[in-house]
Design a protein around this ligand. Structure first.
Ligand SMILES: Nc1nc2c(c(=O)[nH]1)N=C([C@H](O)[C@H](O)COP(=O)(O)OP(=O)(O)OP(=O)(O)O)CN2
Length: 137
């Protein structure tokens, strides 16, 4: 089995805020991440697919085509957006990195078969250089 990865990048604003809690409770749990007027991150995302190389190309997946797929279905939807307000597929969810990883997985697992017989293996999202989440489905 071969594992092939593509790194993508997007910038977005959000706040971590549970609307069923008081502002005080949100501040207590989420600290500055609950700031009412938002804050931003430079997100890095690594998408890994697994499979066997195609005998004609030597590719598990064409990484340019994978990048285009991620761009159309994910990064164009979230780049320079407010994750709490602007992104339909995140509506009603807390904008944590965990929830982003699951939402992105659900999109890519649906779209990938049109591109390749390879399977989605992992989505890793860095919210900051020190904070990351990995999801394997
Ligand atoms: N499990 C999670 N914990 C946290 C998340 C998350 O998505 N999942 N998100 C946040 C904040 O949104 C944000 O990441 C915190 O930013 P910050 O504290 O600035 O990030 P760093 O830890 O990298 O910065 P330091 O300078 O090292 O504090 C919080 N938790």
């Amino acid at each position: 089995m071969l594992y092939v990865s593509r790194r993508e990048h997007f910038n977005a604003a959000h706040k971590l805020y549970n609307p069923s809690w008081t502002p005080e409770r949100n501040k207590e749990v989420f600290g500055p991440c609950a700031n009412e007027n938002w804050h931003g991150h430079n997100y890095e995302m690594i998408v890994t697919v697994k499979g066997q190389p195609d005998p004609d190309t030597g590719f598990v997946v064409d990484l340019k085509a994978l990048s285009d797929l991620i761009k159309v279905h994910i990064t164009d939807q979230v780049d320079h957006k407010n994750l709490n307000l602007d992104v339909p597929f995140l509506q009603g969810q807390l904008a944590s990195t965990e929830n982003l990883a699951v939402a992105f997985w659900q999109i890519l697992v649906r779209e990938l078969p049109a591109l390749t017989p390879a399977q989605l293996h992992c989505i890793k999202i860095y919210e900051t250089p020190r904070n990351a989440v990995e999801y394997y489905g």
